[in-house]
Design a protein around this ligand. Structure first.
Ligand code: ATP
Ligand code: MG
Length: 172
């Protein structure tokens, strides 16, 4: 099963992110991430054997993140897959510490492949004309606060019109 660890936005922030996604799509086209799927990935585990799931669920359930406030203040893009996202201009130390601590635990469990770097972002569009974010940045600056605490372990199902996620466990 394909798994990842993420933060899910509170409802009011989800609405704001959805509004930005709509706006971005008018500029850049592409495929909009559905409201229910908006998230911040902390650790992508990839394919995990189903037999490992109980231990992973127990580990996630036992996590007690301190929480923090992530400031989203920029539009961004990943050129090759044509991803348009929102995120922060400067690295967020609390998110960086959270991600690093999670990977320490995941490595001890022998799961996933720790990435060389972490660029926290919320994907809004895929296969989009990412160069058009310059006009977005000029017209609509991003200014959102994400109050986060709880982690979610998500399963990703690949479907014809994009991925669908299912929550399998939460931290405290
Ligand atoms: P799709 O791949 O169908 O377009 P998706 O990217 O949302 O949809 P997944 O590929 O299952 O679905 O990814 C789940 C989450 O993990 C997403 O936030 C995605 O950006 C992230 N992710 C996927 N692959 C990697 C990877 N190799 N490294 C880091 N993060 C990844
Ligand atoms: Mg993907």
């Amino acid at each position: 099963m394909r798994l990842f660890l993420a933060l899910e936005p509170p409802d009011d922030l989800r609405e704001r992110l959805a509004t930005l996604a709509d706006l971005a799509q008018t500029h850049c086209g592409g495929r909009r991430v559905p409201d229910a799927s908006l998230h911040l990935t902390l650790a992508f585990l990839g394919e995990v054997d189903e037999a490992r799931l109980p231990a992973l669920v127990e580990w996630v359930s036992g996590q007690t993140p301190i929480g923090g406030v992530w400031q989203l203040d920029r539009w961004g893009s990943f050129r090759r897959p044509g991803i348009v996202w929102v995120g922060g201009r400067t690295p967020d130390p609390a998110l960086g510490a959270l991600q690093a601590g999670l990977w320490d635990g995941l490595q001890a469990l022998g799961l996933g492949v720790r990435p060389a770097r972490f660029v926290p972002h919320v994907t809004l569009l895929r296969r989009a004309a990412w160069t058009a974010i310059e006009s977005l940045e000029a017209q609509t600056p991003v200014a959102l606060d994400w109050r986060w605490q709880r982690l979610t372990l998500l399963r990703s199902y690949t479907e014809q019109d994009g991925a669908r996620y299912e929550a399998l466990a939460h931290s405290a």
